[in-house]
Design a protein around this ligand. Structure first.
Ligand code: NAD
Length: 385
């Protein structure tokens, strides 16, 4: 139960208790005492959850993450950090965050004095991830950071080092690695259901609309986004190829095309096609684009069967199809809550002092590979990694 729900329940129960006591006198008030105890217990339970400070109240934070804390067993919203006090106050009222736990980017570092905050969750444009991760670690907080981890491998290294020095966990929010259809696909491949894995195709694309959607404005600015479609959504193709094979690529090739007459692509790339060669011989052929209608899919081909996830990395409504020489079938899997699973994983790692499944090193690997892919596209030659 999140703070809002527990507060609502508290008010509901407090209201009922008071009304009943007025009607029935002091004896009834005593008889109702266990209700209050239950409420206190629930409030205590909520307080015992790991407290998260959400930094950046943009589209993803407000539309996906804040609403999903109510589905968490171990994580709760403890504080909000925003450059817009009105927005922060409105969301604080909605999610039961105390006014004293609202912060700006200027007083961000005073989070160190707030014992209710265990984890700082960074949902800012990638160009700001390194700065806020380092500052959060220096404030003595664990860090959950959105993907892509940062603009460069050097920034990723600084983030890892700052958290290591502070003795704090660092997790990168690769939500697909907490999503049941993706976990099921990995399990089937590991069990050999497709036979020997031979190749993977993965595609991610959408229309980026910086003039229509404020959340897309930073996506076409190199300084804030680090790059274009590859950094933002091609990273899902790349990360999927790695978690489906369970291997690290040894060589990449790439080709890029961006129409420089389109103002969206003056600083960042549009279409990029890249291949990854894995040690077992698996070849992955991946794409991303900022100028096509939405696609978020992959297919893994084994020597006995193929597995298709389309969409593979959406927020919901995933669909898996497995095909072989006897035909196609659609396993009936249950949609899960990847957002709550991801937040709860971070909370449990903090409680148990364990390294997260997707630590800073996982984010760094992708950023290093992305740099190699850009290099291969620039040089028109394979790059060993
Ligand atoms: P957004 O623009 O809606 O949110 C970014 C927030 O950062 C805004 O509230 C903005 O005000 C704030 N901000 C603070 N300083 C800023 C500055 N100097 N310039 C620009 N913005 C500044 O973007 P978003 O789509 O919510 O993305 C935020 C992060 O979340 C990115 O890292 C993105 O890759 C990630 N994201 C992840 C997923 C996912 O599925 N895991 C989905 C969408 C976005």
């Amino acid at each position: 139960m999140d703070a809002t729900e527990s507060r609502r329940q508290f008010l509901r129960q407090a209201g009922l208790s008071a009304a009943a006591a007025v009607l029935a006198g002091p004896a009834a008030a005593t008889a109702l005492a266990p209700l209050t105890t239950t409420t206190r217990f629930m409030q205590d339970a909520n307080q015992k959850k790991v407290g998260f400070a959400i930094v950046g109240l943009g589209k993803y934070a407000t539309e996906q993450m804040l609403p999903n804390f109510k589905n968490c067993q171990h994580a709760r919203i403890a504080a909000l950090v925003s450059g817009s006090p009105d927005k922060a106050r409105r969301l604080a009222a909605e999610y039961g965050v105390e006014p004293k736990n609202l912060y700006s980017y200027q007083n961000f570092d005073t989070l160190k004095d707030n014992p209710e905050v265990d984890v700082v969750y960074i949902v800012l444009p990638p160009g700001l991830h390194a700065e806020y991760t380092v500052r959060a670690a220096q404030a003595g907080k664990h860090v959950l950071c959105e993907k892509p981890m940062a603009n460069t491998p050097e920034e990723c290294q600084r983030m890892i080092e700052a958290c290591r020095k502070a003795g704090k966990q660092l997790m990168i929010a690769y939500r697909a690695q907490y999503e049941p259809f993706n976990l099921d696909a990995i399990a089937r491949i590991r069990k050999g259901e497709l036979g020997k894995l031979r190749m993977i195709t993965a595609d991610h694309g959408r229309q980026v609309q910086p003039t229509k959607d404020p959340a897309d404005a930073w996506r076409v600015q190199k300084k804030l986004a680090g790059g274009g479609s590859l950094m933002d959504i091609g990273i899902y193709s790349l990360n999927a190829a790695r978690y489906l094979t369970g291997e690290e690529p040894v060589e990449v090739t790439a080709q890029e095309h961006s129409d420089k007459a389109d103002p969206r692509f003056r600083e960042v790339e549009d279409v990029i096609h890249f291949t990854l060669r894995f040690p077992s011989g698996v070849l992955a052929s991946c794409t991303s684009a900022y100028s096509i209608e939405g696609v978020k899919r992959y297919r893994a081909f084994g020597d006995k069967a193929w597995l298709d996830l389309d969409p593979a990395t959406d927020y919901n409504r995933h669909r898996m199809i497995i095909g072989d020489q006897d035909g196609e079938r659609q396993p009936q899997l249950k949609e899960g809550n990847q957002f709550a699973a991801e937040l709860d994983h971070m909370a449990e790692c903090v409680r148990q002092n364990q390294t997260p499944k997707t630590p800073g090193e996982e984010g760094l690997r992708d950023i290093k590979l992305i740099m190699a892919i850009y290099e291969a596209a620039r040089k028109g030659k394979p790059v060993k990694v």
